[in-house]
Design a protein around this ligand. Structure first.
Ligand code: ACO
Length: 470
């Protein structure tokens, strides 16, 4: 593979115009025909040879200089498929939403560094940014907030669903079922839907997911639902629905609202992670937005993904309860015969400190200091982090804390039970999922996602009647 002439943004292979759509600037206006434009540099190629047949594969360079080899014609030309079971070396789509630089620990949403968004924006602004592609003006934010407010209530018949879940039902199970149920109450986005209809569906989902999340918590503790109110901002409303009760005078503090805004921003998007890929995979079949988001919620629930925030607290609680020395925790995490992993550590993309974890760590230490929160969980977390970062096993494998290592401690300090942590992650990730779903639908080259496999089962065997089976 040749080295790129430049890691610039505008070379001929900087991304690829979707099929059926003209690449920007493809047609020069007649007046500009006088001076012939310089010939575009030849596309960069990678070469593959199999059994004497050669294939040139185009190398595409993204706006941040990272390159991908387009293997789309591999099967057609050479009759073989690429084998990459965990998709570790596979880019599954072209996207203009989020960029993660795993080597340098950078995260950009629509080009904006996560640090700046977390410091200055609200979650509603970041949701708008992801879904609409640009930060809102004052008027746009007002309209978006008005829509979020208008669509925050749940259909009365949906409220009854909550009563039928058993005690102790995990709120992620309730959330996924409720989200897909929305499709039977509210209209879907169709290919010919107007922008107004799309905006309503998107804000309906962003707003109602918050109400569903709070109601599932109230149901789990046997308290009456607290309805959303036009008086509050997005995060304030959520805290109010979660923690107010008819017999308490709860009012969300400005500090709690600000922290929740920051945490939801940290979760807002992270390019092609497992849950976003689930949303795109289901979306590629033509399924409706609610069904796709429900698939995203289910994928997020797993402890190797968003479920890690609950798993981290459970791990810390166990270490404290059973008085397990930190050295023993690390020994088990390093032991390949032991299924235990250090939860909240490691990431497929980051080879350095996750920038979201850095922000979460700062929020956590400030909050604990300010509120004089002491206790073994925070102390053990700090001790574990320091010990792991100094350990050659973690150093050699570039294992650092990820976003889930500190967020659970913060959510806990704000009063959320651990079963709600992954629900909070889902609430934050929702605008990212929606943005990816929209991007996928707008891409004319999008086809149903249907991977190949490397079959290693029986070649063929004759059917054996049950009486003759051993
Ligand atoms: N504890 C101990 N060892 C680990 C850990 C860990 N948390 N994470 C990775 N490793 C080891 C692996 O055993 C492997 O070792 P080896 O090379 O000797 O076989 C090496 O580091 C590379 O790890 P992979 O499993 O190849 O990493 P992968 O990219 O497949 O997995 C994952 C990433 C799932 C995040 C993993 O690091 C992990 O399980 N972490 C704990 C769960 C977690 O915190 N998940 C949240 C991720 S962030 C998010 O989704 C929001």
């Amino acid at each position: 593979m040749k080295k790129p002439s430049s890691a610039g943004t505008s070379g001929p292979s900087a991304g690829r115009a979707p099929k059926g759509k003209a690449a920007a600037g493809a047609k020069a206006p007649a007046a500009a025909k006088k001076a012939a434009p310089p010939a575009p540099p030849a596309p960069q190629l990678a070469h593959l040879e199999l059994e004497g047949r050669k294939l040139d594969l185009e190398v595409l360079t993204g706006t941040q200089g990272e390159r991908v080899v387009d293997i789309g014609k591999l099967r057609k030309e050479l009759g073989v498929a690429a084998f990459d079971p965990a998709l570790a070396s596979t880019a599954v789509c072209q996207s203009a939403i989020t960029y993660v630089d795993g080597a340098r620990g950078r995260l950009l949403l629509r080009g904006y560094p996560i640090e700046e968004l977390a410091a200055h924006a609200t979650f509603v602004e970041v949701a708008y940014l992801l879904v609409h592609g640009s930060l809102p003006t004052l008027e746009q934010r007002q309209r978006f907030s008005d829509l979020l407010n208008l669509h925050s209530m749940l259909h009365e018949n949906m409220r009854n669903f909550f009563g039928n879940y058993p005690e102790g039902a995990h709120p992620m199970a309730v959330l996924s079922a409720m989200v897909v149920s929305l499709s039977s109450f509210y209209p879907e986005i169709k290919l010919d839907s107007t922008q107004e209809e799309i905006d309503i569906t998107v804000t309906r989902l962003l707003s109602k997911l918050r109400t569903i999340a709070a109601f599932s918590y109230k149901k789990s503790i046997g308290e009456p639902f607290i309805d959303p109110s036009h008086k509050y901002t997005y995060c304030e409303n959520f805290l109010n629905m979660m923690f107010r009760s008819p017999v308490s005078k709860y009012a969300a503090s400005a500090e709690d609202v600000a922290i929740l805004n920051k945490l939801l921003i940290l979760h807002a998007d992270h390019e092609q992670n497992a849950s976003t890929t689930a949303v795109r995979m289901v979306g590629s079949t033509g399924a409706n937005l609610y069904a796709c988001i429900s698939a995203g919620v289910c994928a997020l629930w797993g402890p190797l993904h968003g479920g890690a925030n609950q798993a981290v607290i459970e791990m810390l609680e166990r270490i404290v309860r059973e008085k397990i020395p930190v050295a023993e925790v690390l020994r088990r995490a390093k032991d390949k015969t032991d299924g235990f992993r250090l939860m909240g550590f490691g990431h497929r993309i980051y080879r350095t400190y996750d920038p979201r974890a850095r922000i979460a760590r700062e929020i956590c230490t400030k909050l604990f200091r300010k509120r004089r929160i002491t206790g073994p969980l925070g102390e053990v977390a700090m001790e574990l982090e320091a010990a792991a970062l100094a350990d050659p096993y973690f150093q050699e494998r570039h294992l650092y804390p990820n976003v889930d290592f500190y967020t659970g401690l913060i959510y806990r300090a704000l009063g959320f039970p651990k079963e709600m942590f992954t629900v909070l992650f889902a609430l934050g990730r929702l605008p990212g999922w929606i943005a990816h779903w929209q991007e996928m639908r707008a891409d004319a080259s999008q086809r149903i996602m249907r991977p190949r496999q490397h079959y290693v089962g029986p070649a063929q065997q004759p059917y054996v009647p049950i009486s003759k089976r051993r």
